[in-house]
Design a protein around this ligand. Sequence first.
Ligand SMILES: Cc1cc2nc3c(=O)[nH]c(=O)nc-3n(C[C@H](O)[C@H](O)[C@H](O)COP(=O)(O)O)c2cc1C
Ligand SMILES: [Mn+2]
Length: 481
Amino acid sequence: MAYSDLREFIRALEENGELKRIPFEVDPILEIAAFADRAVKSGGPALLFERPKGYGIPVLINSFASMRKMEIALEVGSVEEIARRIVDLLEMRAPEGWIGKLKMLPKLAEMGAFFPRTVAKGACQEVTRTEGFSLFELPVLQCWPEDGGRFITLPMVFSRNPDTGKRNCGMYRMQVFDERTAGMHWQTHKQGAEHYRRMRHHGHQRMDVAVAIGSDPATTYSAILPLPPDVDEMMVAGFLRQSPVEMVKCRTSDLEVPANAEIVLEGYVELDELRTEGPFGDHTGFYSLADEYPVFHLTAMTHRERPIYATTIVGPPPMEDYYMGKAIERIFLPLMRMQLPEVRDIAMPAEGVFHNLILVSMRKSYPGHARKVMHAIWGLGQAMFSKCIVVVDEDVDVQNTREVAWKALNNIDPERDIQFTMGPVDSLDHSSRLPNYGSKMGVDATRKWLGEGFTRPWPGVIEMPAEVKRRVEELWRQAGL
Ligand SMILES: Cc1cc2nc3c(=O)[nH]c(=O)nc-3n(C[C@H](O)[C@H](O)[C@H](O)COP(=O)(O)O)c2cc1C
Ligand SMILES: [Mn+2]
């Protein structure tokens, strides 16, 4: 049964021993973040700070901060179950004969059940405030000492594409500037930024934006998924939770937000206004430097009675976002394999902070195949940011970073096997020669073929025969080891 809201998810975490309530005062300036950092790095529970210093609103953090919590969030025994559900859907072919057609009906019905529904009333509007409210009422964290201020870090940011009318929901951090304005940190490659550019192109002055904080976990999670433009995150959230997301219309705009949200910020972005945002201790483990970003103006704040403020911190990996990203890696593999069936597996180790490193194992079928896979990945949605792609043969387990380092480094002749290319890079890359534009590196660490000009013999990996190992197993015990 899908969680009806954040509170049901909190109860589920608690029942599974994955939540710790902190009943005493902890400061939202640095202290909550330091607490959360320590918890995630020691495999600790999600934390519910019941008394953030100076505020009456509790703070939830680290609710996705391990694979176990991701499983509770998505109500699965393993996130691979979702990957399998996607494969089932993708394998849905045109049915043959009437039996085939009948068999399809439940799947089609299931698909229909994913679509979001608009409802007239939502808990997120139990309290509606169009005046006399302030962002300073929320226990927004300052995460790191050199941060430019306090940042809302787990928001679902809703906007609409003026050309297609389609909705987008992305997670973009928001720096609290004052009572009624915040930064809107949608990076240039993201859908919010594209809507902004389209709105400007059409000569508008303002763009409606709505921000929801704290919903059922699948809906919040959908905001970070690297979906193609114009694919509705709320539909995908419905698929993830196996139940439609209920949406309610905002009080001061035509946008819709999840009805179960704890807190909603309604407002607009002025299309010719930028303000300095940052610095911010980012998920690279470095500070993102201050930069110019659009400004979100609040026209209303609505919330549930006794709302809960959901947040996260990013910083030196691994942090909560590593686990959110790991689940994306698992869930999206079948989609990647639809376009690249030769890919066996991919892995993004925590130290690579997603965009810096992707390890790919593949079944090589023709000369240059590994390079074809690199270029395909650089052309695939947000995988375009991959600064370093290491391609290995299918017998290498890319989930085992040590195995990849060992085999890949043995297999490369660097001058021959490293490929450089130019293109868009992640906005968070502080080393690229220009913001958002720089070089990437592909490493072809597959075994080289004659057809690739390799004429020397290629050695096998050293392995002991199984029967010898079994025999030694006995001798081992005999030796009393
Ligand atoms: C905790 C967290 C914070 C994030 N903050 C930002 C951000 O400030 N700006 C940004 O562009 N992307 C940020 N992202 C990544 C986007 O949410 C992600 O790229 C998403 O797919 C964008 O959706 P879109 O394609 O609909 O724009 C963040 C992700 C997480 C998990
Ligand atoms: Mn999107």
